[in-house]
Design a protein around this ligand. Structure first.
Ligand code: ADP
Length: 507
């Protein structure tokens, strides 16, 4: 046997051991429920004998499940850190080897070392890499390499199951694993007695994002004037990892600009870098292009501010506009998100206001350039058509019409009724709109009504902006903030003649 006598335990990557991870629950935010549940493990690790005496069995294994970057590794480290015990960490992929027996030897070794140094924590990240569902069908495969790899993976998985089953109470070792693909895991691993606890780690809510930002801001020099809550509010879906990266990026920007601490502008720059990309040097629009671009962007922003002001519309206000090209975009228009709840039950008036905002770009061009409009506002127009169509069809807010499209898959399940809440309260209420034409007559009718709705809203928006032409002209700049926009609106009320601006220019 070729492999005989070779000690694989030497050729393996060592499990990374941290005497003390130094991570505490105070370093983790936005996943309070999970932390609450995991506290019990800390109490156990601090005093396993007590639990033993009381006859309380600690969980065999704990599966942390959730998307990447939400703090699974962090919270596992915090358990070890809080209890002050060693932390043995390996990634699932490190067990996957083509050489027979290597993976299972690594598993044995990992558990052995953790037991010697008990109480301790074992953490296997990306456990799906080593414990994918076994697929009997591939056993027939003629591909020798593939077969060998599959068999090896099975041996490794079996070894893991043996270790988990052999885990007695009172051993003082906690086994944690993380995955973002629970669906791929072998069912044997999920059987009771193996992973007794399955804890979902979800992306943080707006409040969670705020708390996470506070933690990371505390590690750098952040100016007190930076409004962290506004970033939390405006970055839905951002994970802890992304927010940590944001603070790091902002710190780099601040250093580059020789600021003494991180300023709001550094944070804005960092957000832009992580979303649309860094500023493009060498690409500048010419004066004419800048004017066109600024006109459409200001038109959109101004429409939302005007609707808020005069019609109490529930639409976002604008935080800032910039027509500095970045990444793939020529300009950025940043809106301030409303509270999550505002989006859940949007009603028709609110959606029509939103439609007007999207039409504001083209409307502004018409006010300034007359019929000589350009393609500059075409993206907003596309969004507007889409929105109008949704108002009329899937959301069904006009006269009830036949709903187009397939219901989403979860709707079809008999066990489920009622709208499903996404992680931060937004509803998955968008039926798939790539529908087969149910009925050509109906399709024509929808097209006709969409057009009518858009024309009507467009007309309203043009007159709104026309009466604020002075403010519109005043706001067309390379960069402008939401506050400046409001300031301009206060100083140039409706019907201010444009002449006033010319008089200002040559006193
Ligand atoms: P996962 O294991 O879920 O992929 P990590 O724990 O590796 O995510 O997260 C990477 C980094 O992102 C962490 O080290 C931490 O700096 C930051 N982070 C992620 N989630 C959180 C959180 N909930 N609270 C604070 N920081 C977080």
């Amino acid at each position: 046997d070729l492999w005989q006598g070779i000690d694989f335990s030497r050729s393996k990557p060592e499990a990374r051991v941290d005497g003390s991870t130094g991570v505490k629950f105070g370093d983790v935010a936005g996943i309070d429920e999970a932390v609450e549940e995991l506290q019990e493990l800390v109490r156990y690790l601090k005093n396993p004998e007590l639990f033993d005496k009381m006859g309380i069995k600690p969980p065999h294994g704990v599966l942390l499940e959730g998307p990447p970057g939400c703090g699974k590794t962090l919270v596992a480290k915090a358990i070890a850190g809080e209890a002050g015990v060693p932390f043995y960490q390996m990634a699932g992929s490190e067990f996957v080897e083509v050489l027979v027996g290597v993976g299972s030897a690594r598993i044995r070794d990992l558990f052995k070392r953790a037991k010697v140094n008990k109480p301790s924590v074992i953490f296997i990240d990306e456990i799906d890499a080593l414990a994918t569902r076994r697929q009997g069908i591939f056993k027939e495969s003629s591909d020798q390499m593939y077969n060998a790899a599959t068999q090896e993976r099975e041996t490794t998985l079996n070894q893991l199951l043996i270790e988990l089953d052999g885990f007695d109470t009172g051993k003082g070792v906690i086994f944690l694993a993380a995955t973002n693909r629970r669906d791929l895991l072998d069912p044997a691993l999920l059987r009771p007695g193996r992973f007794d606890r399955k804890i979902r780690i979800r992306p943080p809510s707006a409040k969670g994002r705020h708390d996470i930002l506070k933690i990371h801001a505390g590690k750098v020099k952040m100016s007190d004037s930076v409004d962290l809550s506004s970033y939390a509010q405006n970055l839905p879906g951002w994970t802890g990892a992304k927010l940590a990266q944001l603070v790091q990026e902002a710190a780099l920007v601040a250093v580059r600009k020789r600021h003494n601490s991180i300023l709001q502008s550094d944070m804005d720059d960092a957000v832009d870098r992580l979303t649309v990309g860094p500023k493009r040097v060498g690409i500048e629009l010419g004066y004419q292009g800048q004017c066109r671009r600024a006109t459409t962007e200001v038109g959109v922003a101004l429409t939302s501010h005007l609707l808020r002001r005069y019609e109490n519309a529930i639409v976002e206000c604008c935080d800032r506009i910039s027509i500095v090209p970045r990444g793939q975009t020529l300009s950025q228009l940043v809106f301030h998100r409303l509270d999550d709840e505002a989006y859940i039950f949007e009603r028709k008036p609110q959606l029509l206001h939103r439609l007007q905002v999207l039409l504001g770009g083209r409307a502004a061009e018409e006010v300034i350039y007359g019929r000589d409009t350009s393609k500059a506002s075409v993206d907003y127009l596309a969004d507007a058509s889409w929105l109008a169509r949704k108002i009329l069809t899937i959301w069904n807010l006009e006269n009830p019409m036949v709903i187009h499209g397939e219901p989403p898959p979860w709707r079809k399940s008999a066990r489920f009724v009622g709208p499903r809440l996404d992680f931060e309260g937004s509803l998955y209420d968008d039926y798939n709109l790539i529908e087969p034409p149910l009925n050509f007559k109906l399709d024509d009718e929808v097209a006709e009504r969409t057009e009518k709705l858009i024309r009507e809203m467009y007309g309203k928006t043009v007159s709104l902006l026309r009466s604020h032409q002075a403010a519109l002209l005043k706001a067309i700049k390379k960069e402008i903030s939401g506050e400046e926009l409001d300031f301009i609106l206060n100083n140039y009320p409706p019907q201010t003649p444009v002449r006033v601006l010319e008089e200002e220019d040559d006193p």
